[in-house]
Design a protein around this ligand. Structure first.
Ligand code: CTP
Length: 400
């Protein structure tokens, strides 16, 4: 991107009740210093008059209302090249389906297909449409092709339902846009190993013991490190998340699998971030056949301690390697975390009270305190992605 001029954003608006919020988004992008041009689908024009976007942006709003497809061939290439960033907000299930299949049958789908700029999608629709496996599959396909998403929130929807599908707050979409526009490559040349998600400790062929880790924090770190130019290896337990594009994924199941995968991949990595939630114990024996009911007798299970993966990495840490761990606590958070920093030979520990609202399992936000040997920094409630960037900033500071 030419940094001597204002960043260029093409804002695609599709037909949903949240289209009016795109006016506010346009304003926020301008306030942040961007120049914005708008493309509206025919349906979007039913919700907001193009004149509103024209007045706000200072450019003609590009629409399909005049049915002159011959215009597309000229304008779509010009705008596709003009964009430093393409954001579609709100994005309907329809535009995502078209993008996932390469369909270009109107000005917006044609231009986004032609652009080389990063693309950010902020979906908004009824929960049923959003959760439909076809929509989810299209989103997964787009993610794996490198398209960025600002996921919708849960709340009261225009259709009267309550559920997921509400356009993400425009402030969060704008913040995401600026992150993509000012993407720095400050981790270029570094190899980063991230572990994420829970382990499963098998009891018999059909049962296991696990924990509530969703893997979201580790995945956010892997994505942030990739976006900042690092080469990323992601060791992942069983999670319901799509593999971030451009990241090498190594799956694991049990804590012992994780230990082997870490020992194999850690040498040669500059930064190791142990965000996984390994089980501390595993059943002493894995039954070969499904365990049967005990005829009313209590079922007694003997568990043995698993290896402490972080402590093992800590002992084998090479000069020049930066090692980050997590401490998910329910009491005496900072004391326990500081103890683990020393015990596991970590350079940084990310402490969080998993009982605090907005922190912990399967949510998109977190509240953490970063503790290193030279001090601690309490961060406010923010998205897991913003926490990920703060952790990486701290890693760079410690390596400086
Ligand atoms: N950890 C690990 N291997 C284990 C247990 C934990 O690598 N068997 C790592 C976690 O990934 C985390 C850090 O150690 O980065 C702290 O994990 P936590 O569960 O908070 O601490 P524990 O050492 O398990 O201590 P306790 O459960 O007694 O609080």
């Amino acid at each position: 991107m030419d940094t001597t001029r204002k960043p260029h954003v093409v804002l695609g608006v599709t037909g949903g009740i949240a289209a009016y919020k795109a006016c506010e988004l346009l304003r926020l992008l301008q306030k942040g210093g961007a120049e914005v041009q708008v493309i509206m689908t025919r349906n979007a024009c039913e919700f907001v008059n193009p004149l509103t976007f024209e007045t706000l942006s200072g450019y003609p709003a590009i629409t399909d209302t005049f049915d002159r497809p011959e215009r597309w061939s000229v304008e779509h290439i010009a705008l596709a090249k003009w964009a430093d960033l393409f954001v579609i907000a709100p994005a309907t299930a329809n535009i995502m389906a078209k993008m996932a299949s390469g369909i270009a049958d109107d000005m917006l789908s044609t231009t986004v297909l032609a652009t080389q700029a990063p693309v950010l999608i902020a979906p908004a629709m009824n929960s049923g449409m959003y959760l439909n496996p076809v929509t989810q599959r299209n989103m997964d396909d787009l993610r794996s092709l490198g398209v960025h998403f600002e996921d919708p929130s849960t709340g009261y929807l225009a259709c009267g339902d309550t559920g997921v599908g509400k356009l993400a707050p425009v402030e969060a979409i704008a913040e995401h846009c600026f992150r993509l526009l000012h993407r720095c490559e400050d981790l270029a040349g570094l190899r980063v190993l991230v572990t994420a998600g829970p382990t499963r400790e098998m009891l018999d062929p059909v049962r296991y013991i696990s924990n509530r880790s969703s893997g979201k924090m580790g995945y956010a770190i892997a994505e942030a490190a990739r976006d900042r130019g690092a080469e990323v290896v992601l060791l992942s337990g069983p999670v319901n998340l799509s593999t971030p594009s451009g990241v090498t994924l190594v799956p694991f199941t049990s804590t012992e699998d994780l230990l082997h995968a870490v020992l194999e991949n850690a040498p040669g990595c500059d930064v190791i971030i142990q965000a996984a939630a390994p089980a501390d114990y595993r059943p002493q024996a894995v039954a070969e056949q499904k365990i049967k009911k005990q005829g009313g007798e209590p079922f007694v299970l003997t568990m043995v301690e698993n290896p402490d993966v972080a402590a093992t990495i800590g002992r084998q840490k090479q000069p020049g390697q930066t090692f980050v761990g997590f401490a998910a606590e329910t009491e005496k958070v900072l004391d326990h975390a500081a103890g683990k920093l020393l015990k596991k030979n970590l350079d940084l520990i990310v402490a969080n009270d998993v009982t605090a609202p907005g922190a912990g399992f399967d949510v998109d936000t977190n509240i953490v305190t970063l503790i290193s040997k030279d001090g601690q920094q309490a961060l406010p409630l923010q998205s897991k992605r913003a926490v990920a960037d703060a952790i990486l900033d701290e890693v760079l500071r410690l390596r400086a």
